[in-house]
Design a protein around this ligand. Structure first.
Ligand SMILES: NC(=O)c1ccc[n+]([C@@H]2O[C@H](COP(=O)([O-])OP(=O)(O)OC[C@H]3O[C@@H](n4cnc5c(N)ncnc54)[C@H](OP(=O)(O)O)[C@@H]3O)[C@@H](O)[C@H]2O)c1
Length: 310
């Protein structure tokens, strides 16, 4: 159990972060700054938890988190940068902002956090924890952007260990698919999760134990560790696995095209209805104009008659 620590935890409102929050809040003497953009469900979580609504995908956001933690605790013993999100999709578009959004949250923010945290520690001991991903070590079809954002973070943690000061422990988590809101965020249309799937409570417990034990890397799924070794010595196993996951993506693409087809049908029906209503309104307007013109002409004639009569 982690005790007597001042802790910043990002992505604390849901999934792995929420489960980690439950465990950390139980630690004797811990004080936690729990960060997410929406914090309604953790606002009154426990006396030792301060919920803080903040978007960590910007420099100002991360700066605000440090400022708030320093105001509250003075020092930060453990910074757990857990917030992140995926896209599940066929990467077939040119949309700079969409790519940028993913990398800002999943990669740039935790990298910038490292630099801020080193300065904050100023030689004191500290722990930096990252939630990376199994997909940050093995790419997957449907997750091209997400994989690359986590591969980049994984590369960073690997390189930075070689130059990080000795007062810093870095612990990274590599979960396989975990049953959280992650998959709802990844795409509005339901899709098949990669195999295998774990519970967020299990993943969070493994990570908290790993941090406590000073581990560099935490793999909550033994199967992933085994698969990595197996795929290393027998690469065809990886090819078979990737084929299986690519079939899932193909099924998703079909489902998505049916979904888009239905939306298009609804849009077409709405446009047609709009045209009908518009046509009827135009007809009514024409009739009303005609009626008014006739009435005006009649009134005009009556006035003329009256004037001539006088
Ligand atoms: N679930 C999986 O299969 C899986 C596998 C491997 C790795 N991971 C990694 O695990 C971490 C946690 O994900 P999860 O599975 O627990 O998903 P989740 O249930 O969707 O939780 C994500 C958390 O991050 C917060 N968050 C997202 N963007 C944020 C932002 N810009 N600023 C502040 N907070 C933000 C969310 O809260 P708000 O939306 O309210 O901000 C939420 O609290 C992520 O880094 C993810 O990449 C997940």
């Amino acid at each position: 159990m982690i005790d007597n620590k001042t802790i910043v935890l990002t992505g604390a409102s849901s999934g792995i972060g929420f489960e980690a929050l439950k465990l950390l809040a139980q630690g004797k003497g811990n004080r936690i700054l729990a960060v997410a953009r929406h914090v309604d469900n953790i606002q009154y979580f426990a006396d030792n938890v301060t919920a803080f609504s903040c978007d960590i995908s910007t420099q100002e956001g991360v700066d605000r988190v440090f400022q708030k933690a320093e105001e509250l605790f003075g020092k930060i013993d453990l910074f757990y940068a857990n917030a992140g999100f995926p896209y599940y999709e066929e990467f077939n578009y040119a949309d700079w902002d969409r790519v940028d959004a993913m990398f800002r949250t999943n990669t740039i923010s935790p990298i910038y956090t490292y630099a801020k945290y080193i300065r904050h520690l100023n030689g004191r001991p500290g722990i930096l924890a990252y939630t990376v991903s199994a997909i940050g070590e093995m790419a997957m079809p449907g997750y091209a952007l997400y994989s690359s954002s986590k591969f980049a973070l994984n590369g960073f943690q690997q390189a930075i260990r070689l130059e990080a000061p000795e007062n810093l422990q870095i612990t990274c988590l590599y979960p396989v698919a975990t049953d959280t809101n992650f998959f709802k965020v990844a795409n509005a249309v339901e899709f098949e999760k990669p195999f295998p799937v774990q519970k967020p409570s299990h993943v969070a417990r493994k990570m908290i134990e790993g941090i406590e034990e000073g581990k560099e890397r935490v793999y909550p799924s033994g199967l992933f560790g085994f698969a990595k070794v197996l795929m290393g010595v027998a690469p065809p196993v990886r090819t078979v696995y990737w084929k299986m996951e690519t079939k899932k993506l193909d099924r998703f693409k079909k489902k998505l095209s049916v979904y888009h087809g239905r939306i298009q049908e609804r849009v077409d029906a709405a446009v047609e209805k709009g045209r009908e209503v518009g046509g009827t309104l135009l007809e009514k307007e024409r009739e009303a104009r005609k009626d008014l013109t006739e009435k005006a002409a009649k009134v005009h004639d009556e006035i003329k008659d009256k004037i001539h009569g006088v």
